[in-house]
Design a protein around this ligand. Sequence first.
Ligand SMILES: [Zn+2]
Length: 279
Amino acid sequence: MRSLFFLSLMLILFAACNSKTASVTSGSVSQTAPYIWDGPNFPKNVKISTAFTDPGETAKITEMATAWDSAMNNQVQFFNFIIGTESEKTNSISGPNQLRDNVFGIYKAANWPYPEYPDALAITQIFAIRYNSGSSNEYVAIQEADIIMNDENFDFDTGGFDYDFRTVLLHEMGHFLGLQHKPRDYNRNNTVMYPSIYSYETKRIPQTIDKQDLSEKYNIVLPLTAGGSAITSDPVSYTKKPGDAGEVVKVILELRANGDCIHRMDGVETERHHIRGLK
Ligand SMILES: [Zn+2]
């Protein structure tokens, strides 16, 4: 079944890269608005679903979290995992506010709860408040984030024609922390936040640009790089306008197996990246 599904994906021809800004309830969503945790107090307690029954899986989740910590020279511990206490909620959720429960989780969906996105490898779903809407300093303050792996339509780490669990997870954890994609003309080998992932592709360590982006976002000062140049800051002002109550939004960051990665905010597509074919 899974291989049939995948083969059908391989046969589909997709349209060229389509990037657009769409309207939501008020104003237009900025593609470039940065994301940051609303109260960046780390670590975030993250519950790992009981559906991850293989200790090897939870070990890989921990390993990728450690990779993000190591990228910051262990000055921050981003994640504190709680294993084996959270049921697989994706089996019984529905509606637009699914998983909005103030629990940050990593889920393994055997029954993929996003039928509108059947070919997503994984989704990072974020509830946030958008401030300074429509302004150049618009930003998105994350209140809750969950990572959901698509275990219904895809195999991970079977050794066959599949996707690398850790590569997908490291990327999704980057979204969890507020990182967005690098442009598609960026060298895919130089970032783990490239908008697509191939089967067989393994990227399990944040690269220099990923470190820089994360250190800037949370003002984590890193030592000189091996080349002698300091990782310097290009600070973004995460300051809301006086009296701005903000706008609650749900953001879905969808990583698709076909090479598209689509961002949706309140159900409206805000950004799409596409890589045509394998190269
Ligand atoms: Zn992504």
